[in-house]
Design a protein. Structure first.
Length: 518
């Protein structure tokens, strides 16, 4: 299918104006001779205070700015998780807490070992140095007294050091194994506004660079090909009109680890048998599309506080704790966020009462490198039908993931018994002091489990001889031309901490790879 004279043509068409897509659009349009179109399914975030105010992030979950994907039944986990995916310019960087960790050196060593040549620690950290986002530890004037006491108690109870700047440990000292402290966040400490990918990379150039076109509230539903070459995208406009957007050079998929493989599958690119089963004509048999679905699962322990939790000006999750249990690996293998609000959706489902918004504090033990692997697939050839997401939580054969959660719940109880944090605690609400055995804590921990909203890996990078790899180390889709992927779907393995910075660096490196091929 080719474009008519009335249809737009650009050098590059980027599907997804999210975390990586914003970066690539900025970098490619630095050359005024290069035309770029960004197709974004949501509206702009400009002048949307509810998006720009970081502390309001919870109000965006399951709102009109959320695609709200659900999991299929999880026999060993929680079958009621809603995977929020942002429907707004900036993508999940306009939706999430903007916790911003550089990837650990060993995470990137795992990538290169998996065939992602050129994605070594030195290279990726150099791209992290280029980021335009304002990434800083929670500013001193934003630091919550309860979290300060929690940090002190965590260090005393676990023996880990207090870290002032987690990213400095990674960029200057090669990473850290353990530690607790205020989190690094991509925000403006003076306004409390996001320093998201769109704020940092798109807002300064919208209306300034004439070679940048944004197609907002426009849904990409099929890739277009000439033989094995991607030539453009079929879209539906806000008015419901079908249009073709043509790329002279490349189509770049930045729609995230759910919607990038979904678009490939709808276009006939993926496992041939799966496509036939759902009634999609096979264009290119690529078995890895939708496989290797990764996440950071977490569970929750909640306490009622003895007095009101001090208000926050950041995003209600200001502190982080990293523990290393496995001394054979330099990385932490257990992480906690602390939340100054009740995360009670899943505990309420299990029959626990919430202590109320100003008298609850939670710790969420999560698994930095979960060993369970899931899959995404189409349920229908209809582009409006949501795909099936099966994260297969807690299904790893050695039960490593569930044991990690149990260890986390026990460590959290130790911290709650340690001053000065102990003085804030009135009682343990969930799982409650009656649950003490490993079996009881495992059952609770898995049923109350949630997500840190980090799906990844569904179009993973790999070497040329890896039949399950979807893209090569230059992010080009295997067996096709003119088509590249740059988002969390290309991760071979999950970075241990929150992955947003890693996605930003994927965007920065992708822009260089694209320009090199040009």
């Amino acid at each position: 299918m080719s474009a008519s004279h009335s249809e737009p043509v650009y050098d590059y068409v980027i599907v997804g104006g999210g975390t990586a897509g914003s970066v690539i659009a900025n970098r490619l349009t630095e050359d005024p001779r290069t035309s770029v179109c960004v197709i974004e399914g949501g509206p702009t975030d400009q002048d949307q205070d509810r998006v720009l105010r970081l502390r309001d992030w919870l109000e965006l979950l399951e709102s009109d700015l959320d695609y709200a994907y659900r999991t299929v039944e999880q026999p060993r986990g929680n079958s009621h998780i809603v995977h929020s995916r942002a429907r707004v310019l900036g993508g999940c960087s306009s939706h999430n807490t903007l916790i911003s960790f550089r990837p650990f050196p060993q995470d990137l060593a795992d990538w290169t070992a998996a065939g992602a040549a050129g994605w070594d620690n030195a290279t990726v950290q150099a791209y992290a140095d280029r980021l335009k986002n304002n990434i800083t530890p929670v500013a001193p004037h934003d630091r919550n007294a309860l979290v300060t006491d929690w940090i002190t108690a965590s260090a005393a109870a676990t023996g880990v050091p207090v870290i002032e700047d987690f990213n400095a440990e990674t960029s200057h000292r090669g990473g850290f194994s353990q530690g607790v402290g205020f989190l690094p966040v991509s925000y403006d400490p003076y306004t409390g506004h996001r320093s998201s990918a769109s704020v940092a990379y798109l807002h300064p150039i919208i209306g300034v660079r004439e070679n940048l076109t944004l197609m907002l509230e426009t849904w990409a539903h099929r890739l277009l090909f000439d033989g094995d070459r991607a030539t453009g995208v079929a879209v539906t406009t806000p008015e419901g009109r079908e249009r073709t957007v043509t790329a002279r050079r490349e189509v770049i998929l930045c729609a995230g680890a759910i919607d990038t493989p979904r678009l490939l599958l709808l276009s006939g690119v993926g496992p041939a048998d799966d496509l036939r089963d759902v009634g999609v004509e096979v264009r290119h048999d690529l078995p890895g599309v939708g496989e290797n679905l990764l996440d950071h699962p977490e569970s929750i322990i909640m306490w009622e506080t003895s007095r009101e939790v001090p208000d926050t000006t950041v995003m209600f999750s200001d502190g982080g704790l990293f523990i290393r249990r496995d001394t054979t690996d330099p990385r932490p293998d257990l992480m906690f966020h602390i939340y100054q609000v009740p995360f009670d959706d899943n505990t309420a489902r299990l029959g626990y009462d919430s202590p109320g918004p100003r008298n609850a504090i939670c710790m969420t033990p999560n698994i930095p490198r979960s060993r369970s692997r899931g899959k995404l697939w189409l349920t229908s050839p209809d582009p409006a039908a949501k795909p099936a997401l099966d994260f297969r939580y807690f299904t790893d054969p050695e039960d490593y993931d569930a044991r990690t959660i149990v260890d986390g719940l026990r460590i959290a109880r130790d911290i709650a018994a340690t001053e000065p944090f102990a003085s804030w605690i009135e009682r343990e609400v969930a799982p409650g002091p009656a649950l003490t055995t490993d079996a009881e804590l495992s059952e609770y921990g898995r049923r109350a489990a949630h997500t840190v909203y980090h799906p990844a890996g569904t179009c993973r990078m790999g070497a040329a001889d890896d039949p399950a790899a979807v893209v090569d180390p230059a992010l080009r889709v295997r067996g096709l031309s003119g088509l590249r992927i740059a988002d969390a779907s290309v991760f071979p393995t999950m970075p241990s901490p929150n992955p947003m910075v890693t996605v930003l660096t994927v965007g920065e490196r992708a822009a260089d790879l694209i320009r090199a091929d040009r």
